[in-house]
Design a protein around this ligand. Structure first.
Ligand SMILES: Cc1cc2nc3c(=O)[nH]c(=O)nc-3n(C[C@H](O)[C@H](O)[C@H](O)COP(=O)(O)O)c2cc1C
Length: 225
């Protein structure tokens, strides 16, 4: 089975630009690669289950693309099977742009970035919006998470692809900093000695770490694997 991802992504104009830039041969090798990129495997599942957010691109009737953030408790985007993802959609600003777009055109692109591990996965899928019945509720809803659930999105995977790590700055949520331990915390606070500066830990956040996400430079060797 040859790859589906380049079949979708490489339209005629993309192929023309590859030609102009001398990479068409490489593009053809990607197209002819024997790899089932339609079915999510263990690697994709593990990546998706770690995420607390993703980006979803839809397209409207006029052809304009639209990207929106979706966030929730870690693992809120569920892998229901090798070809199916789903999540419970929370009430937001009630503009319903993504949901309206999907009604007209079910094609979506998902961008799944794990900033701490510097991994990104791209997925083409077809979306279905459904009422949250009891069966879906038991699979998708975390009762401990405070949100009004309006609907369920199901994604039927058409193809996926991984990107390289280049230019991804490692960023950590507070939860990931807690998991990473005192070395990372000390670096954020500018303490060159290892270990927690006394009385100052992610559980006792004061001073300059008020956001739930922060950026740590030069921590590649300490990035959680
Ligand atoms: C009270 C409230 C106000 C919001 N305002 C905005 C906003 O101005 N812009 C935005 O992109 N998202 C805003 N959000 C978040 C979006 O509503 C949320 O991400 C939603 O899923 C967007 O879906 P849509 O862009 O597909 O319509 C707001 C959420 C709430 C609860």
């Amino acid at each position: 089975m040859t790859r589906r991802y380049p079949e979708i992504a490489f339209g005629d104009s993309v192929k023309a630009v590859q030609e102009e830039n001398g990479s068409r041969g490489f593009g053809q090798r990607l197209e002819n690669m024997e790899w089932d990129d339609r079915a999510l495997g263990d690697r994709e599942r593990e990546h998706i289950e770690r995420l607390d957010h993703f980006y979803m691109a839809t397209v409207n009737e006029a052809g304009w693309p639209y990207v929106q953030f979706r966030g929730g408790p870690k693992g809120f985007l569920k892998v229901l099977g090798p070809h199916t993802l789903a999540f419970a959609d929370f009430r937001g600003n009630m503009q319903y742009i993504s949901t309206g777009n999907v009604r007209a055109d079910d094609r979506v692109a998902l961008f799944l970035l794990d900033q701490a591990r510097r991994k990104r996965l791209k997925i083409y899928a077809r979306a279905e919006v459904r009422e949250v019945d009891d069966a879906l509720r038991s699979k998708l809803v975390d009762p401990a998470y405070d949100a009004v659930i309006e609907r369920a999105y199901l994604f039927y995977v058409e193809a996926f692809d991984w990107n390289c790590q280049q230019h991804i700055t490692p960023r950590f949520s507070l939860e990931e900093i807690r998991e990473a331990g005192p070395e990372v915390w000390a670096e954020i606070r500018g303490d060159t000695s290892l270990g927690h500066p006394s009385g100052d830990s992610p559980d006792n956040t004061t001073g300059n770490l008020r956001d739930t996400t922060t950026t740590v430079t030069n921590t590649t060797k300490r990035t959680p694997s």
